[in-house]
Ligand binder design. Structure first.
Ligand code: 6GU
Length: 248
């Protein structure tokens, strides 16, 4: 997969050299290209923002540098290659595991993290007419810019790419993974030693009884979801719950 990121803070994307994403790059599974938006400015001060039409606080990112940057990037691909353009914005559609799975199937993503009050709307309209453009938010809070959301989305997508996670089974029962445990959060996990500061391990995990262990994990998932995300229980088809769940 190819990933391009256009930003006025290229150094903010340095974490993409580390850990899972860094290793995927080193192995050639990910081709990440970070671009400085200011390279597509032409004035002495490399201006990327201006005051909003209609007045109000803050600044808006000017369309011209974004247009030149995006044109250069989309034209740098193969003749028939068309990227999906991801625009991080708190006004976007919520980024979910389902969207991460969709994005992980694309060959090429271009991210456009903005600072200030966002990018002149005409840029999103212009590229939306010619490309698949996704405006995505990572949650109901406001950040100072889209760079941290890009790190979040790239990590969520990269770990789904074939061969990137060591163990292909590892995302089978992720919280929010589509499938049997969809809509339940993952329960608690334990490792050695068997006793730590006087605290032991639930007996069932030492029993070797796979059926009982699976049942226990499901009960814990249900308990945790009820406590932390009652909204997930509400929106789940009641047919997905069994008698034991209903008794909890
Ligand atoms: Cl994608 N950008 C910004 N600036 N704030 C956010 C966000 C994105 N998602 C949640 N808050």
């Amino acid at each position: 997969m190819r990933l391009d990121v256009v930003t006025i803070f290229p150094e903010y994307l340095e974490p993409l050299n580390v850990s899972l994403v860094g290793k995927a790059r080193a192995r050639g599974q990910l081709d990440v290209r970070i671009h400085d938006l200011r390279e597509w400015t032409h004035d002495k001060h490399n201006t990327v923002d201006d005051t909003p039409y209609g007045g109000g606080p803050g600044m808006v990112m000017k369309p011209e540098p974004w247009g030149e940057a995006l044109d250069a990037i989309v034209e740098s691909g193969a003749d028939d290659a068309r990227p999906t353009i991801v625009v991080p914005t708190p006004s976007g559609e919520p980024f979910t595991q389902e969207i991460a799975v969709e994005l992980a199937e694309k060959p090429w993503l271009v991210f456009t993290p903005a600072r200030y009050e966002g990018i002149d709307r005409r840029v999103i309209e212009e590229y939306g007419d010619h490309y698949d453009v996704r405006e995505l938010s990572i949650g109901d809070y406001v950040l100072a810019g889209g760079e941290a959301p890009v790190l979040v989305m790239v990590e969520a997508v990269a770990r789904l790419l074939p061969g990137v996670l060591g163990n292909a089974e590892s995302h089978r029962d992720d919280s929010f993974a589509p499938g049997a445990m969809a809509d339940l959060l993952e329960g608690p996990v334990y490792t050695k030693p068997p006793e730590w500061r006087g605290r032991g391990i639930p007996d069932v995990l030492l029993s070797g009884h796979h059926g009982k262990i699976a049942r226990w994990r499901r009960d814990e998932a249900f308990r945790r979801t009820t406590a932390n995300r009652p909204d997930l229980i509400e929106r789940t088809d009641p047919a997905a719950f069994d008698k034991k769940d209903r008794e909890m």
